[in-house]
Write a protein that binds this ligand. Sequence first.
Ligand code: UDP
Length: 418
Amino acid sequence: MLQEVNIGRRSGFQSANIEHYRWLIGDELIDEILDIAKALKGVKICQINSTAYGGGVAELLPRIIPILSALGIDCDWRLLHAPSEFFTVSKAFHNALQSKPHELTQNEKDLYSQVNEQSAKLLENSYDVFIIHDPQPAAIRAFAGPRDAKWIWRCHIDSSHPDEQVSQFLRPFLEEYDAMVFTMPQFVLPELRTKRVAFIAPAIDPLATKNMELPLEICKRAMADSGIDPERPVLLQVSRFDPWKNPLGVVRAYKLVKKKIPHVQLVFIGAMAGDDPEGWVLMDQVEEASVQDPDIFIFTNLGGVGNAEVNMFQRGCDVVIQNSIREGFGLVVSEAFWKEKPVVAGKAGGIPMQFPEEYHQYLVQDNEEECAEKILHLLTHPGERGSFGRAAREHVRKHFLTPRLVRDELELIKELVN
Ligand code: UDP
């Protein structure tokens, strides 16, 4: 059997009741979900990805699965069974799908196929629907052979300009799926033959510890306890240490801001994901670029910074940065917006759709001067920070909260199993 990620959903059963979102979302969407769920009662879903920790997928599943269970839809979460060297290859594939050129070797193809084949053998037969996330476990479907189930590939990244060798290798595995889900139409892998393609954006959970309401005073105190001066301006980027999130560019933009506002501080919260060996190297580089600057702070999950701290720092900071060059969706943007924080972010992937139309001027294109200029403007215009934050929260409330995601996914599953 493939390793199950036990999220303890039985105990979380009640807290995941979809009714708890009604006051935030309104009746229409919640009633719609209840209707679809009725038609899907008893359906068994298996979600498969490559890590239980770090990154957006590991963030989403623990929130969605208990809601599905509470709706009477059984959903398990299982992990691809892989040795550590596999993740170097799969990260290279991930980057290659996001356009980084890659010289594909026979050894990489063999390792990728072996791991997926072995995981397919370990997969139980008792599910009606398999949802496979991202490229790492994508070939499981092909190796699983004919089964009485529907298969969905959920691609969280922008695969619109992939490396040709890697996309040629992966394409036949992907074309076996009954349906594919991309965050937006612009992300679809070129020349892919699909039986059914759906576009579903991710979402954040307003009831999760990471997003729950917290008094500002407590958030500021937590920051002070971590050595940050809450009385001085704080910039924050929360993301994996990944070249596409461009943390070194954040340091450069911060240094430009600091020339004008010398007491500004920069905080990184960076998770080290289990399937991301590149992270360590980049974190060392960020530390090197920050050495000798006591106003740059770097925290990681390994140092005990978890969801509560992310929440408190997002609430307690002044401006959130998400300096991505390429991005799948960028959950952190919605997380910050939900807390009414202004965000200066890369014009990449799913980030622009999270911005209210009238604040698109805070999207920047891999340009540190521009990024610094936007940050400076926000730091010196508190009124603009407030109105931006409020408009952004409302935009997130309408489009990027969990119930909308649950509805979209259940609708697709209903279409497939019927
Ligand atoms: N995250 C976190 N701690 C960290 C870094 C990231 O909890 O140190 C969370 C972040 O709050 C968000 C998710 O990890 O919920 C990252 O998702 P996103 O879509 O922004 O990026 P991905 O890592 O999937 O590319």
